[in-house]
Design a protein around this ligand. Structure first.
Ligand code: DGL
Length: 284
């Protein structure tokens, strides 16, 4: 079994990276927040673009992919794993904590609590993929926090694929979002929760459709704060204010990744092509 780096060997001058993964480029919205709050941390980012989208896939398949990715990231001495994907968190977070009991994990869940607390109209819209809506994690946050609000759910089919191509403000993205949002707005939704890490990249167009009066919740800054809390609790924070590096990995085409990356996020880094060898991930 793989373990996170032993604290005994933790070297604050040459700190281990944080491992972050998603089905594709969506997790870059989380990486962006981590980078803003922790510029001294190095990050290994893994995009499983060979398998994107995760949302419509069976849960056990997403669980298998997630386990292979985490095994790779821990093998690269990641000190903490951020599951920067709601679908993978829904399908695999519990399983990952069992398989890698000594690794600290931060996962995603739709931000239903702040939405339910803040809504004035009492109607909240949630945009996420089918895997997230099917998971026990989502059912549990709705049950715990949203008993007094009306919830409208939408999966936005096709939107993940467009963000993967770097299509953020095109007629295609607008059409999908209008189909999702207009019925919600007619019903009085005043808060929209982004329950998929790809969706923060289309916030500008969501705001154009919904208007500035509607609150859009991107959970990434809260996730980055949770990363800080966990690193501090374990004494694993990098002992430097800046200078963290990013290394990107994709199971898709590194050329395509290098073209789309600057449309989403301005931090450069080496891009490594990866291949699946059965359930094992290795550099290709
Ligand atoms: N970005 C992912 C999420 O947060 C998954 C998108 C997908 O692959 O369907 O759910």
């Amino acid at each position: 079994m793989l373990h996170p780096p032993d604290l005994k060997f933790h070297d604050p001058m040459n700190p281990e990276p944080i491992g972050v993964f998603d089905s594709g480029v969506g997790g870059l919205s989380v990486l962006r927040a981590i980078r803003e709050q922790l510029p001294g941390e190095s990050v290994l980012y893994l995009a499983d673009q060979g398998h994107v989208p995760y949302g419509p896939r069976p849960m056990n398949e997403v669980r298998r992919f997630s386990e292979g990715i985490v095994r790779y990231l821990l093998g690269q001495r990641s000190k903490l794993i951020v599951v920067a994907c709601n679908a993978a968190s829904a399908a695999a977070l519990q399983h990952l904590r069992q398989v890698f009991p000594e690794a600290p994990f931060v996962g995603m869940e739709p931000a239903v609590k702040p939405a339910a607390e803040g809504t004035l109209s009492g109607v909240v819209g949630i945009l996420a993929t089918p895997a997230t809506f099917q998971g026990a994690l989502y059912a549990s946050v709705v049950e715990r926090f949203a008993s007094n609000v009306e919830i409208m759910q939408e999966t936005c089919p096709g939107l993940v694929g467009l963000v993967e191509k770097g299509e953020l403000e095109t007629p295609g993205t607008r059409k999908i979002l209008e189909q999702a949002l207009l019925p919600m707005l007619r019903r009085g939704v005043d808060t929209i929760v982004l329950g998929c890490t790809h969706y923060p990249f289309v916030i500008p167009i969501i705001k154009k459709i919904a208007g500035e009066g509607v609150r859009v919740i991107d959970p990434a800054p809260a996730i980055a704060r949770q990363v800080i809390r966990m690193l501090d609790a374990a004494g694993l924070r990098a002992d430097r204010e800046t200078g963290g590096t990013i290394r990107y990995h994709t199971t898709g085409d590194p050329e395509v990744f290098s073209v789309v990356l600057p449309r989403l996020f301005d931090a450069t880094g080496e891009i490594i092509g990866m291949v699946w060898d059965g359930d094992i991930l290795r550099e290709g």
